[in-house]
Design a protein. Structure first.
Ligand SMILES: [Zn+2]
Length: 404
C-alpha cells in the first residue's frame, strides 16, 4: 500500500518533473575536455534542489588542469536504518551538441513534444538525475522514509573519463563496501537490460607526419593524409582479425575498433597535407589486455613509418582496463530483477556493454554496481530526448529498491 501511495504522489509531480528537466538542461554543462564551460553553473542550481529534500548535502569540488572548478554533489536522505546507503549516481556533464544543422530545435532550450523532452543531455545523463531525485522526493512527500539511506551522487567529468568526478570521489570515504549502487547511465527501450560488465576501452590519437607540397608535384613531398589512411585501415584490419573472440553476454558480442575523429588538415584542395591527425576508439572484451592492443598499434606504426617514409606518433588520450564484472547473484542485481519483474512484468537480463560508465570505479573497489535505465538509444546524438514516461517509471523502480 505504501508503495502505491508513493507512486501516486510521484505521478502528481509530473509537471514539476517536466519543469525540472527543462530548467536543468537549459544550464549548459558541456565537458571542458570538449571545449565546454563545465558543470559549475548546473551544480549550483542542483545543489539548491538537493537542499530542498536532503538531510545532508555535501560538495566535493576540485580544479582541473585548466584551472576550472569541477563540482561533485552528494545528497543524503536518512533511512530507517542508516547503516547502509543505496546510491544513485548521475553525471552532470554532457557532450557538445555536434552539428547544429542536424537539430530541429535549440539543444540548450529544451522543448516538450509528444511526451518527450528534447535537448542535449536530457537523457545522458539528465534522466538519471531527474528520476532519482523525484523517487526520493516522492517518498518524502508521502511522509515515509526509505529502508536504508538514499544517496544521490551527481558527479562531474563522466564524458571524459571521470578524473574530476567519480575517480576523484573514490578515496573520500563516501561509499561503503556494503552499499548498493545504481548507475542510470545506459539501458534499453523496455528496461529489460541490466549492465553488469563493461569492455576495456582506449582512445588513441594518431599523428602522421610527412612533407607538405603542391598537389601538382607530389613527388617533392610525402602525403601524410594518404599514409595515415593506409595505416588506419591496416590497424582496423589487423585488430579485428587478431582480437576476434565473441562473448554473447555483451552487446555487441565482439570487440570494436573504430576510426572516429579526423582533424582538419590543409585549407585548400591543391595542397598535399604534411600532417594528418585521426583518432581511434577501441572497446575490447575483458579477456584481452588493452595494453597488448596498444602495443600492436605501435608495432604497425613502426612498419608504416618505414613503408611510407613518414613519422607516426601514437598518443593515448584515454585507456581503461575493464573492471571485474558485478556478480549476477549480488544483492543489487537480484533486487533490480525483482523490481522490474514486479513493476513491469518482464524478465530482465544482466549482461555487458562497450560503453564505460562510473560503475567501473565501484566494481574495482569491490562494490557491486549495476547500470540501468529505460532509454531509447539517442545519447550523444542530435535531437537527443528523454521520455517523461521513462523518467516516472524508472523513478518507481528506484522507489521500489529504496523501500524494500
Ligand atoms: Zn552518460
Amino acid at each position: 500500500m505504501k508503495m502505491n501511495e508513493i507512486f501516486e504522489k510521484l505521478e502528481e509531480m509530473q509537471q514539476e518533473l517536466i519543469n525540472f528537466t527543462i530548467e536543468m538542461n537549459r544550464i549548459k554543462a558541456v565537458n571542458p575536455a570538449f571545449g565546454g564551460e563545465g558543470e559549475e553553473k548546473r551544480a549550483e542550481w542542483l545543489e539548491g534542489k538537493l537542499k530542498e529534500i536532503c538531510d545532508e548535502v555535501h560538495r566535493y569540488d576540485t580544479v582541473d588542469e585548466n584551472g576550472l572548478k569541477r563540482p561533485n554533489l552528494i545528497g543524503i536522505i536518512y533511512g530507517e536504518n542508516r547503516e547502509r546507503t543505496i546510491w544513485f549516481i548521475g553525471h552532470m556533464d554532457t557532450v557538445p551538441e555536434g552539428d547544429l544543422e542536424l537539430w530541429n530545435h535549440d539543444p540548450y532550450d529544451p522543448i516538450l513534444k509528444d511526451g518527450k523532452i528534447y535537448g542535449r543531455g536530457t537523457l545522458d545523463d539528465g534522466q538519471a538525475i531527474v528520476s532519482s531525485y523525484f523517487a526520493a522526493k516522492a517518498i518524502l512527500s508521502s511522509g515515509y522514509r526509505p529502508k536504508y539511506n538514499i544517496g544521490l551522487a551527481y558527479v562531474a567529468d563522466e564524458e571524459a573519463g571521470s578524473r574530476y568526478g567519480a575517480a576523484f570521489l573514490m578515496d573520500k570515504g563516501i561509499f561503503k563496501q556494503n552499499d548498493l549502487v545504481v548507475v542510470p547511465d545506459s539501458g534499453n527501450e523496455d528496461g529489460s537490460f541490466i549492465e553488469i560488465a563493461e569492455k576495456s576501452a582506449a582512445w588513441l590519437k594518431i599523428t602522421t607526419i610527412g612533407k607538405q607540397t603542391h598537389a601538382s608535384i607530389p613527388h617533392t613531398g610525402i602525403n601524410a593524409h594518404k599514409a595515415g589512411m593506409k595505416f588506419a585501415l591496416a590497424v582496423d584490419e589487423f585488430l579485428h582479425r587478431k582480437y576476434d573472440a565473441r562473448d554473447e553476454t555483451f552487446e555487441p558480442p565482439e570487440s570494436t575498433f573504430e576510426i572516429t575523429k579526423k582533424e582538419k588538415n590543409v585549407d585548400n584542395i591543391n595542397t598535399i597535407p604534411g600532417t594528418d591527425i585521426i583518432y581511434f576508439d577501441f572497446r575490447v572484451l575483458p579477456q584481452y589486455n588493452i595494453d597488448d592492443v596498444i602495443s600492436d598499434v605501435k608495432e604497425i606504426a613502426n612498419e608504416y613509418e618505414d613503408k611510407e617514409r613518414v613519422k607516426i606518433n601514437v598518443d593515448i588520450v584515454q585507456k581503461s582496463q575493464a573492471a571485474p564484472p558485478t556478480d549476477v547473484n549480488s544483492e543489487i542485481v537480484q533486487k533490480l530483477i525483482k523490481a522490474i519483474k514486479e513493476l513491469r512484468g518482464i524478465e530482465a537480463r544482466p549482461g555487458g556493454v562497450g560503453g564505460g560508465t562510473v560503475a567501473a570505479f565501484f566494481r574495482r573497489m569491490g562494490v557491486p554496481a549495476v547500470v540501468w535505465m529505460t532509454a531509447d538509444e539517442v545519447e550523444h546524438q542530435p535531437n537527443e530526448f528523454c521520455r517523461i514516461k521513462n523518467c516516472i517509471e524508472d523513478a518507481k523502480v528506484f522507489i521500489y529498491l529504496a523501500m524494500n
